[in-house]
Design a protein around this ligand. Structure first.
Ligand code: DON
Length: 555
């Protein structure tokens, strides 16, 4: 419990009162990101003739400077690309467990979980971001690499702190002040930044300059790698020079399916996002749940029951596919999902005791941030990346200026015990050297009649998948525009703990009806932060989440 209470404020999912807003509508191109400088840089790249992947690289490097809670060089993530010609690719640059990682590395002598998977040097997995961005750029980019890193270098030399960043840094002072370099750079040794003061990060600027000049090799084999490995050793972490040198992005085939006539393209394992999304959609399809209306107790109940079942499967059947045989076709088969749906009662909540992970057929053959971009040609990029908790493991690498992740906590550090996001996970996701921890990040693209329709994704830990699902349902089943779909109040169920969590914004009558069905209801500050672009009637409509401080802009 205390693990969770300490960290959740760092995730910045604060709900604000709902005010009706329209999406930003433009004809040609659109960027929606969680921090305005980053959005502006993406738009500038597109205006200068760069494509969606060029813009994604520039936005990702910019966020590593201006949104240090989640934007990163020291973490990892996923990038989903769909070109205007219909080619798709999923860049998996998720962190990997260091070669010296062991199954029980976060247990003390009594077998109890320590906090080492969350705080400090030992919590870090081998970063993938720089490798992933370069891999995507080599495949799809058009503009020279160095020019895409340049705007981030400028920002690292100094940029005005926003109200949101000042508050976020203050709220994370407890974590950041534990590590001298983080305390010095981000908290000015106890004199927190106020809005409009300049945050200069000269060490980060120099790291970015080297990356601009020499590419990802510099990060994984050059001066940056050497400094990182030395600091790791001094700090008691596990990442070595070999781990860095061996790091590889995996280009995977995106997971695809359909829902109510839309084609869905989403994240394959080691993300649980695409499987979760398609499982939930598979159970909802043909259920008729939508006839009850958006926000009705009957519809919320039904969707929550679907969530419960999918997250139960997540706990047992999903992990890094390079280490564990994920029964993908079983989990997504129509028959299996129909069987799962048959257990849902319209007027009574199941208990998570009675809903166990299902038995799909075995496989026959075998504080995160998200941005969405569509360019003038109709190429789309959806990128979610993270250092896991807000400001990761709290450690800024001396001399390099970037924070490290605490992604090792996404493993089942002790199978059966909840992690930072209260997710209970099993043996499949136990720690092994070089394995990628199971993720919930869900960059997703929808097509309508074969044409680009929706590009979206979100941060929010375990709530990412349910957040993305609800925005899609609001658009496809309830006819909302991109902004309405994002702004509508959301809810979340993840099997365990057995409770239905609601954002503020549901009526007392609705809540009473849900309780009457047997749901244990609680109120939470937010379910994910969704950033979406919808293509409709010749317009691109950008929606940015009212729960955050992002910006949609296009031309
Ligand atoms: O990969 C995952 O599922 C998590 N590390 C994501 C963390 C996250 O979204 C935190 N942000 N709010």
């Amino acid at each position: 419990m205390s693990r969770r209470r300490f960290y959740f404020p760092l995730l910045c999912l604060c709900a604000l009162p709902v005010a009706a807003r329209h999406p930003v509508r433009e004809r040609n191109a659109m960027v929606v990101a969680q921090e305005p400088h980053a959005t502006d840089i993406g738009v500038a790249v597109l205006k200068s003739g760069g494509n969606a992947v060029d813009a994604a690289v520039a936005v990702a490097f910019a966020l590593a400077v201006t949104h240090p809670a989640a934007g990163n060089l020291g973490g990892g993530g996923f990038l989903l690309v769909r070109t205007a010609k219909g080619e798709t690719a999923f860049f998996d640059f998720r962190e990997r467990a260091p070669g010296k990682a062991t199954r029980d590395m976060y247990l003390d002598a009594a077998g109890k979980l320590t906090r080492d998977s969350l705080v400090g040097w030992r919590a870090a997995g081998v970063p993938g971001t720089v490798h992933g961005l370069e891999t995507a750029h080599k495949r799809f980019g058009g503009k020279p690499w160095a020019g895409l890193v340049e705007p981030a270098i400028q920002l690292a030399r100094g940029f005005p702190v926003s109200y949101a960043l000042a508050e976020s840094l203050k709220n994370s002072a407890k974590l950041l002040s534990r590590f001298p370099e983080s305390n010095r750079i981000f908290l000015r040794n106890g004199h927190p930044y106020e809005k409009d003061e300049t945050l200069a990060q000269p060490e980060l600027a120099r790291t970015l300059e080297r990356i601009a000049q020499h590419g990802a090799r510099e990060f994984y084999e050059g001066e940056t790698a050497r400094k990182l490995a030395q600091a790791m050793q001094a700090g008691g972490g596990l990442i070595t020079l070999e781990d860095l040198k061996d790091y590889r992005t995996v280009v995977r085939k995106p997971l695809t399916g359909s829902y109510h006539g839309y084609d869905v393209i989403s994240a394959p394992p080691p993300s649980s996002g695409g499987v979760g999304l398609l499982q939930m959609m598979g159970m909802l399809e043909d259920s008729g749940y939508q006839k009850h209306g958006a926000g009705s107790a009957a519809a919320i109940h039904y969707v929550a029951e679907v969530m419960r079942r999918s997250y139960a499967d997540r706990s047992e059947h999903l992990a890094d596919p390079d280490f564990f045989k994920v029964p993908l076709s079983g989990l997504l088969s129509k028959q299996y999902l129909a069987r799962q749906r048959a257990g849902i009662q319209p007027d009574r909540a199941s208990t998570s005791d009675e809903v166990r992970p299902g038995k799909p057929s075995p496989e026959e053959s075998t504080e995160t941030t998200h941005f969405s971009i569509v360019d003038q040609q109709g190429n789309a990029a959806a990128l979610t990346y993270t250092i896991n908790g807000g400001y990761g493991n709290g450690v800024t690498v001396p001399g390099l200026g970037f924070l490290l992740n605490n992604e090792m906590d996404d493993f089942a550090a002790k199978p059966g015990e909840p992690n930072l996001f209260s997710l209970v996970q099993g043996e499949a996701n136990a720690i092994q050297p070089n394995k990628r921890p199971l993720s919930s990040m869900t960059p997703t693209i929808l097509l309508k009649d074969g044409k680009l329709f929706l590009v979206l994704g979100a941060p929010g830990g375990s709530r990412i998948i349910t957040g993305v699902l609800q925005v899609i349902l609001n658009v496809t089943d309830f006819g909302m525009n991109a902004q309405e779909a994002i702004d509508a109040a959301r809810f979340h169920h993840q099997w365990l703990p057995d409770k239905l969590s609601l954002e503020r914004g549901f009526s007392p009558d609705t809540i009473a009806l849900l309780k009457a069905r047997g749901h244990a209801v609680d109120t939470i500050s937010g379910v994910a932060l969704v950033e979406a672009i919808m293509a409709e009637k010749g317009w691109l409509a950008g929606g940015t989440d009212r729960r955050g401080h992002g910006k949609a802009e296009g031309f």
